[in-house]
Design a protein around this ligand. Structure first.
Ligand SMILES: NC(=O)c1ccc[n+]([C@@H]2O[C@H](COP(=O)([O-])OP(=O)(O)OC[C@H]3O[C@@H](n4cnc5c(N)ncnc54)[C@H](O)[C@@H]3O)[C@@H](O)[C@H]2O)c1
Length: 352
């Protein structure tokens, strides 16, 4: 039997779902009359739509896990295009390893079902293919992504930056050099002045690029990431919004970081700025006491989330997100929402 080549494995790219093509409103409304997770999901969709209708409300989209490679990228790009989102808090994996990677012209690929057994992982390692469950990535392309981050850092004046400021530079890079896909979260956020925060920015492809940058600079001045600046900027964003809502996919650092600004506003002398609306989609449950599965009711005890409009949805995100966001998209209330250019305001805060 002939050995498989890299091309054999990386034959079929992942296609991103287009919510505009599927009017799910009747389906999601029918789910409201069912039980269990169907009713929870339907209520979550109504809460997202309510946030969008509330003209006083700034909306934070939180992204954990591996969502962009999974075919959800266009959903989030459309949320930015349609002014359904005013800030994004994400893991670096979603923004750099996955979205920016695709913007550089690379793809994620469908891995055949049998790969989930793990028996071919040594073969994948030999061919420099990385596996995320049933999805494949070319490691050589990821290395180009790492190196592009190094090039961006090399071209910036050496000083500490918030991850938001660095991601703005990534958007500017795509605008200058030509984005190789029609849909990119980094580029769309750059164009709409929507801030993206990755509080653990080094914990992804960006980290590989930034250590290469810092090692090459030796004892000289260098670009670094200041995560406290991230926290201060998002808190300033919270203080400038009368009301806020969280749409959280997965848990992890983005969930806690976005929730904590409610308390951080109090630390800065503005009183508790509790989030009025909150939806979380997760597969984690509350038994272990950890952050990802902690309920939004529990977050209320910390002063982070209000209880009138909160909903946990226990589902894997690739199933729930197209339904919930698709519902809000086809309801069309985003058409009455104004674009808000938050990066400009945050640049002014960062300059102080
Ligand atoms: N493939 C990757 O996920 C990847 C790659 C490179 C770097 N990293 C880094 O690892 C760190 C940790 O990432 P994390 O915070 O996403 O941790 P994580 O992957 O453990 O996700 C956090 C929680 O979110 C929930 N979740 C994740 N995916 C979900 C889904 N599809 N549907 C429903 N719920 C889901 C789960 O409850 C999970 O416990 C980050 O800094 C990230 O940049 C991750």
């Amino acid at each position: 039997m002939t050995e498989k080549t890299k091309r054999d494995y990386l034959a079929t790219p992942i296609e991103h779902i287009d919510i505009a093509q599927h009017n799910v409103v009747p389906l999601v409304e029918a789910m409201r009359k069912m039980s269990y997770s169907a009713r929870d999901l339907s209520r979550a969709a109504e809460i997202l739509d309510r946030m969008i209708q509330d003209k006083e409300c700034g909306i934070i989209l939180c992204l954990a896990g591996s969502l962009i490679n999974a075919g959800l990228k266009k959903v989030f790009v459309d949320m930015i295009r349609c002014h359904m989102v005013d800030a994004v808090v994400s893991t670096g994996a979603n923004i750099v390893d996955q979205d920016f990677l695709e913007a550089l012209g690379f793809r994620h690929y469908i891995g055949e079902d049998r790969l989930k057994s793990g028996t071919e992982d040594s073969e994948l390692l030999r061919l420099e293919i990385d596996r995320i469950y049933d999805t494949l990535i070319d490691e050589e392309e990821l290395r180009i992504c790492d190196d592009t981050i190094r090039q961006i850092a090399d071209a910036m004046p050496p000083r500490p930056y918030s991850s938001r400021e660095f991601i703005v530079e990534m958007g500017a890079y795509l605008e200058r050099n030509g984005c190789k896909t029609t849909d990119s979260i980094v580029l769309e956020a750059y164009r709409h002045q929507i801030p993206i925060f990755c509080p653990a920015f080094s914990d992804c492809s960006a980290g590989f690029g930034l250590i290469a940058h810092q090692a090459a600079k030796g004892d000289g001045p260098k670009v670094s990431i200041d995560s406290v600046k991230d926290f201060l900027e998002l808190t300033q964003w919270r203080i400038r919004n009368n009301e806020t809502g969280l749409f959280m996919i997965g848990g992890g650092v983005p969930k806690n970081f976005a929730q904590d600004v409610a308390v951080a506003a109090d630390i800065l002398g503005h009183g508790m700025k509790i989030h009025k609306y909150a939806v979380q989609i997760t597969v984690a449950d509350a038994r272990d006491g950890a952050l990802s599965g902690s309920t939004l009711k529990e977050a209320h005890s910390w002063g982070k989330v209000d209880i009138a409009f909160e909903q946990m949805v226990y589902s894997e995100a690739t199933i729930a997100v197209p339904l919930i966001v698709g519902y809000a998209y086809h309801k069309g209330n985003w058409k009455n929402r104004e674009a808000r250019q938050w990066n400009q305001m945050l640049d002014a805060v960062a300059a102080k």
